[in-house]
Design a protein around this ligand. Sequence first.
Ligand code: 5GP
Ligand code: ZN
Length: 113
Amino acid sequence: MTCIFCEIIQKKRPAKIIYEDELVVAFNDMNPQAPVHVLVIPKKHIPTLLDIKDEDKVLLGYLFQIANKIAKDKGVSGRGFRLVINCNPESGQTIYHVHLHILGGRWMHWPPG
Ligand code: 5GP
Ligand code: ZN
């Protein structure tokens, strides 16, 4: 089964990668919903939040640490930013490889749409 985000990790699909290490990759969303819209993904293929295993606890925490770093680097940490993880169809999940959306650079609405 083809996974678009695994293809980005493997450099088989182009993406504007802004951070990469042995565990995670972060790249600009191709359809940005805010001036800053970055996706942070684990290199490990995990389809949804519901598939997180005990062994992934540290990895998921690390994903948030990297999101913080990117928010700071992009200059939105003090102003405010939002982290979103969609899970399954009614949330709007379209890519079944766990990803953290970093959204920032504009006022966010609540409740979200
Ligand atoms: P989801 O709706 O699953 O939470 O988020 C998937 C996100 O991935 C969407 O915001 C969508 O714009 C983005 N996306 C889908 N395909 C690609 C792609 O090939 N490249 C990039 N950079 N973003 C993608
Ligand atoms: Zn994948």
